[in-house]
Design a protein. Structure first.
Length: 460
């Protein structure tokens, strides 16, 4: 909104080549707002606006731009300008940029970095995708254990300008092993002569460089930390992950789970950046599995073809029965998957979940069955539809069937995520469409078995 309001003024300044005024106005905005402005203005003006920004601000703006705009700017900016932007970017932002850009562009940019920055970027890029090593930055403040509080504060003043954060400081031994972390507030309040190793603070919490990003997110939530240190197998300090990095992880994990619940493989890229082939591949696999599952529904209907011929009225209520079971199963699956993600439910709670969903299924099935029974009775009484002399039995069949189908749906939807977690798989894979497909097949069987039991000797 802010970008749209100021865009005409910026475009006018660009047209008139009034660079100093453009620079003065642009630097008053937050980098995220400037990124929105750059996205909105014509492509030929993007590089012009970008070039007038101070290097520090330009690097922050660059980090907020979508991938396609980054690629365009990389192509339009000089190698010298691009190198200065990369130098100002934090190592973790620089790594994310290299991951997003085409391989040939990444190779070119890596070649423009200084020796130290190239070493940092290659170390970060060397860790497996979606691990702590890919999200960490090596820019933190390290303290020696034998420093006094006064010496440590002076060290922070001298070296802290390039650090990702000064909220937490890290005490290392001479070999680079992490001993403990120390909040800046605790350091400031300590007596000047106190050794930093003797200052009381929270217990140390660290993650390994190869720890999966989802586990890192859980550590942040469990210990309520602003930053976590990243170590190797020998305990050597490698870098830190900060809250802003983990917010990106949380958004990515939530997006991945939602897409899986929707019945597809996770895209791993923004929707509009996913190519046609990738989109088909991600969606087509699960759709094929679900389609094969629905073929079982057709098989089940074929098995009860004789009953349908004798009591065609039963076919009218098939969509009602199976959709009710699928809907309640999808509800249960979504509730349990989210509860597992938030650690509100653990594998040991399966019996409690089973009991809750059994009660919910019977109750909800009974209520929906009553509505179905009422519908048959009202339509018969009002003369809207003639179900024949045995309309009460038909209504009772629907009632009993819905109790069974809805109960099975809630149990299947709640237990499948727990079973997948027990097998070490992602619970989100038990997507709502998968549960619905499973319940479609079993729902038909329950419906026709109930009809065979209640209508035998009348309609059947």
């Amino acid at each position: 909104m802010l970008g749209n309001a100021i865009q005409p003024e910026l475009e006018e300044l660009i047209t008139q080549r009034r660079w100093e005024e453009l620079r003065a106005i642009a630097t008053d905005f937050h980098p995220a707002d400037l990124a929105e402005i750059i996205i909105d203005i014509p492509p030929e003006d993007e590089a012009v606006l970008f070039r007038v920004l101070p290097r520090r601000i330009a690097s922050e703006v660059f980090a907020h731009l979508p991938t396609e705009h980054r690629e365009g700017l990389v192509q339009s900016l000089t190698s010298e300008h691009m190198r200065s932007i990369l130098e100002q970017m934090t190592p973790d932002d620089r790594t994310h940029l290299f991951e997003e850009l085409p391989a040939e562009v990444t190779r070119s940019l890596l070649g423009s970095l200084s020796t130290e920055e190239l070493k940092q970027s290659r170390e970060l890029l060397g860790y497996p995708p979606q691990t702590a090593g890919r999200y960490m930055t090596p820019e933190y403040v390290a303290l020696r254990a034998d420093m006094t509080a006064a010496e440590a504060l002076e060290h922070v003043r001298r070296t802290g300008r390039k650090a990702e954060t000064l909220t937490v400081l890290y005490i290392l031994d001479p070999g680079g092993r992490l001993l403990e972390d120390l909040r800046l507030g605790s350091l400031v309040l300590a007596d000047a002569d106190t050794k930093v190793a003797d200052i009381d603070d929270r217990p140390l919490v660290a993650v390994h460089a190869t720890t999966d990003r989802e586990e890192v997110l859980k550590e942040f939530e469990k210990y309520d930390r602003f930053a976590l240190p990243v170590i190797d197998d020998q305990g050597h300090m490698l870098g830190i992950i900060t809250a802003d990095d983990i917010l990106d992880v949380a958004a990515a994990e939530a997006t991945e789970d939602i897409q899986k619940i929707g019945g597809m493989a996770a895209l791993d890229v923004p929707y509009l950046e996913a190519g046609f082939v990738r989109m088909i591949r991600k969606r087509g696999g699960w759709l094929s599995v679900l389609f094969l599952g629905e073929l079982l529904t057709a098989t089940a209907m074929g098995h009860f073809e004789h009953e349908l011929e004798r009591a065609l009225v039963l076919a009218v209520f098939i969509p009602l029965i199976i959709s009710s079971g699928g809907n309640t199963g999808s509800q249960a699956a979504t509730l349990v998957v989210r509860a597992l993600a938030l650690e509100q439910v653990r594998l040991g709670d399966w019996l409690r979940v089973l009991g809750r969903e059994l009660g919910s299924g019977v109750t909800l099935g009974g209520w929906l069955g009553f509505l179905g029974f009422l519908r048959v009775v009202l339509w018969q009484t009002l003369g809207i539809v003639d179900y024949g002399a045995h309309f009460l039995l038909i209504g009772l069949t629907i009632w009993v069937s819905l109790v069974g189908v809805v109960t099975f749906g809630t149990l299947a939807g709640s237990m499948l995520p727990l079973m997948l977690r027990r097998l070490g798989l992602d619970p989100a894979t038990s997507s709502a469409p998968f549960v619905a497909t499973l319940v479609d097949v079993t729902g038909l069987i329950i419906y026709f078995l109930a009809a065979a039991a209640l209508l035998r000797g009348t309609l059947l």
